[in-house]
Structures are given as structure tokens and as C-alpha cells.
Design a protein around this ligand. Sequence first.
Ligand SMILES: [Zn+2]
Ligand SMILES: [Zn+2]
Length: 352
Amino acid sequence: MAARIPAKGFAIHSREGKFQRHDFTRHALGEKDVLIDIHYCGICHSDIHSAYSEWHDGIYPMIPGHEIAGVVKEVGAHARKFKVGDKVGVGCFVNSCKECAPCTHHHEQFCPKVVFTYDCPDHFHNNEPHMGGYSNCMVVDEDYIIRIPHDAPLEKIAPLFCAGITTYSPLKFSQVKEGSKVGIAGFGGLGHMGLKYALAMGAQVSVIGRSEAKREQALKMGAKHYYSSVEDAKGADLDLILSTIPTPYNMTDYLDALRYGGELAIVGNPPKDVLPSVNVAELIMHGNKKVYGSLIGGIEETQEMLDFSILHHIYPEIELVTGEDIDQVYYNLTHSNAPFRYVIDMKKSLGS
Ligand SMILES: [Zn+2]
Ligand SMILES: [Zn+2]
């Protein structure tokens, strides 16, 4: 039997804990698995919700991280898709059953047996908790790995595997095209990616913030309008609003900014104690507007998103940090004092 693979990373041991260096092992390299040497891992707001058990009781010790970019180090005996030295990425999930309706329709994220990249039992490996990308390596089934072109900047590619696909997928689902009027609600890691994709799809984009703070950045990135509150956006007649807001808000206010029949797509997921709900009476009176949720995207669409991003030079605005900075980064991200995306330089943090 093949040996388990030694690994190191940065783990949190309880919801009140701080991040610490953590040695552990990953499951052995299976026949169709790929061993990835992780170079960069983005820090997503989901990492914070999970690390602090804001969505559900977390599985500790927990190594978060699902915006992973690296290089193939070894391939299993029957893995055919990748070779040693290829640049690759991993996003929010690492396995699924491959047989159910969501899997066969390329929406593996909705598989009942999906294995999320962290804070989730690995149903295909004795339910051991899967550890995320704040680590030096990962073993992943080749079917859940995204191909990255050789000359692409890995540090900027990493956040695309969550922030990129999460915003790209609903824009495609709502068929954003030349001339569409798109609003971006919440202008952080996800929001600024939504703005860039919507622009590349030909839309006219408005950003709906909650203060004046991000006006200049939004306009510089190509937004046509910036509203410093949702009240100011009332009557904006938007086709689609993409809500990336990770904190409580009044959903009906956003419906007021949509045209007749417009859509509100929700990707931001606030803590469970403060989840927004929609007032059905107001929804009924609101002109056939639709509210829907969207969760990342399947593997096929994630590859499509990556290819689209590279073709249009769409990358996040990032700041590189090390594993020692994670606690401070989480503080910054929860006190709106942050750049658009922090990315951990894993090589600098853990050596090779
Ligand atoms: Zn994420
Ligand atoms: Zn499935």
C-alpha cells in the first residue's frame, strides 16, 4: 500500500483560536490522483466564516484555503490529464460521486457526496477531514484539477478558483451580454471580480457600495456609476444585481434598483445568525423580479472561467502575505480595511 504523504500548513484549532504551523499527512497518491506542490493560496471570506464556525460547527484542526495554484509534483499510475511540471489549480471542492444528476450535468458542487476542500469529511477516504490550501501540498483526483497555461501568473490566478468562478457563473447564468445593465452589490474580493467579468461581457456596470470609500476604485476599474448606498440606486433599472455582501442587508431595497423582470443573484453568504430573508409580500408586488442563489461552479465551467480570464486579462487586485499574517488578515477583512484579495505565498511561508 502506498504511503501517506507528509504535509505542513497553517491550522486553527478552535473558533476562538489563532493560526499555527501544523504538521499532518494527506492520503496516499491514488491511481488517478495528482500530487500538487502549492505555490499560492488566496484568502476568501468563506475561510473566515468557516474558521470561526459562523456557518456551522467547524471541524478542527482546520486548514482553510480553496483558491489554490501550484505545480504538479507527481501523478498516479493511471492519471492521464496532467504531467509533472504542469501548472494547475484547485478550487472549492476536490471530489464528488461522478454519477448523480448534478455530477453528470457538470454541477459537481451540488453532489450529495461532494468533498469541499476544507471543513468537510472526505467521503472517499474514510471520512477523514479534508485539509485546505494554506499548506505546502495537496493530493487531488485529476478530474477536479484545473489546467493553467504555463506563462500565467500563479499568484493572480489562485483567487480565480473561488472569487472568479463564483462571480463568473451567475453572470453567465443570467446571460449578461453587450449592453446589459449589471449592478455589483458589495465591492470586495468577489465584487471587484464581478465588475471585471461583467465589463468583459459587454455590460454597463454600476457598483452599489455602502459608503463613499470605494467610489474612486470602482470608477477607475470601469464602473459607469457608483452608488454609495442602495437607496441611491433606487430606480437604476438594472437587469441584474450580483450580491456579494457577506453581512446582513435588506433584500427588498435591492429589488428597487432592478428593472421589471430583473434578477437578483446572491453569492455572498452572511453568518447563519444574521441571514437576510426576503419579504414575500413585497416580492409579490415587485414586478416579476427573480431572486436566486448561486454556488461557485462546476469543474467544466471553472476551466471555461479560467480560459476567459486569461483571454481578457482579468485578474484580481492582490496583496501577497505569509502564513504568519493570517490572523491579522482576517481582522482586516472583517473590519473593512483590506485590499481586494490577500494571497498567501506558500513557498515563502513554508519553504519547499
Ligand atoms: Zn471562497
Ligand atoms: Zn455526484
